[in-house]
Design a protein around this ligand. Structure first.
Ligand code: AL6
Ligand code: ZN
Length: 209
């Protein structure tokens, strides 16, 4: 396998040939089975509130990127009760309190925290417009768009209910260093905001200056 990808010759079935951690016990993505998961609440106060979530300490924003597929039915990486969404937004952070660099953090079991937000096709999303308007400039895999003062929290849905689990990067190097926070409520994107990338399933990264 020359370089990992999503084709027959270099797709997920082959990744373990170069990244043996693919056979690990906390590989992502997973299919979230809601009937088996409790949304965590801190019930030590008189009304249930989510406090701090699963993270101890603060995780520094590293990058935001999307995953999508060649159809609206199978673009997300995680699934909920077997159902996939049109796309999935990942907001990648690293534990800058405990580790001195992102690459070092990426090798630690509590080094990374990625918030995943599902995208469904519906009304146009004015917040997402800041990114989708720029997708035309990064149609080719590997190209990057630089944004200044981009606050990813503007992309979040109303409810911050989430599922969380200890997992991995979903693409090579597949490091088992990610605390996943998967939001239950999807955000919407309209078809005009979807750029048909020349290579489906390409992951584009948006990096702030
Ligand atoms: C040592 O080089 C490293 C170390 C750690 C991460 C990466 N990266 C490559 C894959 C990858 C996968 C991500 S996902 N889809 O699970 O959110 S985030 C991410 S990355 O940070 O760009 C490169
Ligand atoms: Zn991702």
């Amino acid at each position: 396998m020359l370089h990992w990808g999503y084709d027959e010759h270099n797709g997920p079935a082959h990744w373990k040939e170069v990244f043996p951690v693919a056979n690990g016990d906390r590989q992502s993505p997973i299919d979230i089975k809601t009937e088996e998961t409790n949304v965590e609440f801190d019930d030590t106060v008189n009304k249930s509130v989510l406090t701090g979530g699963p993270l101890s300490g603060t995780y520094r924003l590293r990058q935001v990127h999307f995953h999508w597929g060649s159809s609206d039915e199978a673009g997300s990486e995680h699934a909920v009760d077997g159902m996939k969404y049109a796309a999935e937004l990942h907001v990648v952070h690293w534990n800058a309190e405990k580790y001195s660099s992102f690459v070092e953090a990426a090798r630690q079991s509590d080094g990374l925290a990625v918030m995943a937000v599902f995208l469904k096709v519906g009304e146009c999303n004015p917040q997402l417009k800041k990114i989708t308007d720029r997708l035309d400039t990064i149609r080719i895999k590997g190209k990057r768009a630089l944004f200044t003062n981009f606050d990813p929290s503007c992309l979040l849905p109303k409810s911050l209910d989430y599922w969380t689990y200890f997992g991995s990067l979903t693409v090579p190097p597949l490091l088992e260093s990610v605390i996943w926070i998967v939001l239950r409520e999807p955000i919407s994107v309209c078809s005009e905001q979807q750029v048909q990338a020349q290579i489906p399933d390409v992951t584009v990264s948006v990096k702030n200056k």
